[in-house]
Design a protein. Structure first.
Length: 152
């Protein structure tokens, strides 16, 4: 597996990855925003040789000291093989090299019954992220937001 900072348009590849994960990316408007953002923010893709990407992570800089994992996705048939963690570690190292001290991520809080997002929370906690705050209405009352943070 190779992980590279995207320096060309990878939006169609990222869109295909997101569409393979309807339990996480089932809201069309949000999916298309994540796709657009791959061209606006630093995005790393996981791929084999010259094959299309099968995973990606996009970061957003809020302040020089803090970045946010804006979107992380690994193609459905490639999940569980270490790609997500490798993408996170690559993005974290990049942000830290630029002086960032913190990385945050937002996901659906435990008050929501989604099994898919329960997996997501476990993934981030295994990657060293700790719960910081729940925002019940940030996205929508039916989708309470959990903010997690990691010191880099």
């Amino acid at each position: 597996m190779n992980i590279t900072l995207a320096n060309s348009d990878v939006s169609s590849q990222c869109e295909a990855i997101l569409r393979s994960l309807p339990a996480w990316f089932g809201i069309e408007e949000s999916l298309l925003e994540y796709v657009r953002d791959t061209a606006l923010h630093p995005t790393w893709v996981a791929h084999e040789a010259d094959a299309p990407a099968f995973g990606f992570v996009t970061l957003r800089e809020h302040f020089p000291s803090s970045f946010e994992v804006h979107c992380l996705a690994v193609q459905a048939d490639r999940r569980g093989g270490g790609c997500g963690l490798a993408l996170m570690q690559t993005a974290e190292a990049w942000a830290k090299a630029r002086g960032a001290r913190f990385m945050q991520v937002k996901t659906i809080a435990a008050a929501h019954p989604s099994e898919a997002y329960a997996e997501t929370r476990v993934f981030y906690e295994r990657a060293g992220y700790l719960p910081l705050e729940v925002f019940p209405d940030l996205w929508h009352p039916r989708n309470p937001c959990l903010q997690l943070i990691k010191a880099l």
